[in-house]
Design a protein around this ligand. Structure first.
Ligand code: FEO
Length: 209
């Protein structure tokens, strides 16, 4: 039986173990069929891993602000969002490995941790997500230019996710604009958003116990 794409039989493969030349040829052929990520695509994906990690840090900074301000529900929502961003980073991290690429992690900047009001904090979230969407779109364009169909396909999940991320943030901004400074409205929205459950936090606390 031939190994798919390689044109090498199992017997040849076995003998290759004892033959350096054949091993080299085998390595080369694996590289050829793996459709490696281009340098540009790899750099873009690695930068996105860092951007997603920053997103987690960004949300945690806002969670801390809300917790400090007595808005437990908003804080919980932000924590859940921070966890989701970690998931996004890992999704890309895994994909780079899967495609035979080398993951490179870059420096993460300090997130903003003070806001004038809940509205300003959620406006910052909305603007942040718009920026992430632009970044994902740039990656999609690179994938198209590099004719990297697999990465193009992989990124479609993120394209859809960003539609949801922007819409969710915008909906909260709109509600906060209607509520204005009314304590009762803020209290109700805080309670509503607090129903979102951060999953990782629960696991970490269980582990500690
Ligand atoms: Fe991973 Fe909120 O974008």
């Amino acid at each position: 039986m031939k190994i798919r794409h390689l044109g090498i039989s199992n017997i040849e493969l076995a003998s290759a173990v004892s033959s350096k030349d054949k091993l080299k040829r085998f390595d080369f052929q694996i590289m050829a069929v793996m459709h490696m990520l281009s340098e540009r695509m790899l750099k873009g994906l690695n930068e996105q891993v860092t951007k997603e990690l920053f997103s987690a840090y960004f949300y945690l900074g806002i969670a801390a602000y809300f917790k400090d301000s007595g808005f437990e529900g908003f804080s919980t929502w932000m924590e859940a969002q921070a966890e989701e961003e970690l998931g996004h980073a890992i999704r890309i991290y895994d994909y780079v490995f899967e495609r035979g690429g080398k993951v490179e992690l870059y420096k993460i900047e300090m997130p903003k941790q003070e806001f004038e009001s809940p509205l300003k904090a959620f406006e910052a979230v909305y603007l942040h997500e718009v920026g992430v969407t632009e970044s994902i779109y740039k990656l999609v364009e690179i994938a198209q230019e590099e004719k990297d169909h697999a990465t193009y396909q992989f990124l479609q999940w993120f394209v859809e996710e960003q539609v949801e991320e922007e819409a969710t943030a915008k909906a909260v901004v709109d509600k906060l604009k209607i509520i204005g400074d009314h304590p009762q409205g803020l209290f109700m929205l805080d309670r509503e958003l607090g129903t979102r459950v951060p999953r990782l936090r629960g696991l970490l606390i269980q582990t500690k116990e």
